[in-house]
Design a protein around this ligand. Structure first.
Ligand code: ZN
Length: 247
């Protein structure tokens, strides 16, 4: 019988049996684990109240005879009140945890991903920062951690410094006019991407409606979906994506 205590974020939950809930956690030292929270759907359940999606918790779990761990004790590490006060912040948080849940790594610790997730949720919980571009910045950091950061300072195919006019997730970055494919990339969106990846993330997140925001949301989502080879369930970015019809 294996048991452990760990800090974790709740990626999602789903119903199990009559009154139980399965909780998918991203833990600091054990990676992604599935935990059965017995009786969590009863209105009086303290476990149920604590183990909500986006929760930051400390859990004591024990391995049962089946495949699951069973939650023994759970406490909130941070109520994330500002995050939970706004639909836009919650929705950005869901987009982030959905991608973490898509990482194919059951019970493999990755402290870099845990720390990144902690920073992202803290940013969403900070009223100085707007939430819209938080998922985009998270996707870019996650790609970089995986060694797949998109090339944004030169054409990914020929190395030309530009002008860069298109972005293609499969090619892996921005493209010059002669190599253009994928989706059109405005100068505003390129500048925004370069600021996010070049150390000015706090500046970008402090601004409202920076030019190019919709484009950056859409193309980073495409890049992360291409990386994991699946569509995300989170609402699609609403930006007008301009296909390059002349290619
Ligand atoms: Zn080129």
């Amino acid at each position: 019988m294996k048991e452990f205590r760990d800090d974790a974020f709740v990626l999602r939950t789903y119903k199990s049996g009559e009154a139980d809930r399965v909780v998918v956690l991203y833990t600091k030292e054990h990676g992604k684990v599935r935990v059965l929270a017995k009786g969590a759907r009863k209105p009086s359940s303290r476990l149920g109240a604590t183990l909500e999606t986006l929760g930051a918790v400390r859990v004591d779990v024990v391995k049962s005879r089946g495949a699951f761990y069973v939650a023994r004790h759970v406490q909130h590490l941070d109520a994330l009140r500002t995050l939970r006060s706004s639909y836009a912040r919650i929705s950005a948080g869901y987009a982030v945890v959905e991608v973490v849940d898509a990482i194919p790594a059951e019970e493999t610790a990755d402290e870099a991903i845990f720390e990144l997730l902690a920073r992202v949720l803290a940013t969403l919980n900070d009223e100085r920062f707007h939430p819209e571009l938080v998922p985009a910045s998270f996707y870019l950091r996650l790609l970089a951690l995986d060694g797949s950061a998109p090339v944004l300072d030169e054409c990914v195919l020929c190395g030309s410094p530009g002008p860069l006019v298109a972005f293609d997730a499969v090619a892996g970055g921005a493209l010059c006019a002669s190599d253009r494919r994928g989706i059109a990339l405005s100068h505003d969106a390129l500048t925004l991407l370069q600021r996010i990846t070049g150390g000015d993330l706090a500046g970008v997140l402090s601004e409202t409606d920076a030019p190019g925001t919709g484009e950056v949301m859409a193309l980073t989502q495409e890049a992360i979906e291409n990386h994991f080879g699946r569509r995300l369930r989170a609402p699609r970015a609403t930006a007008p994506v301009t296909p390059l019809l002349d290619h």
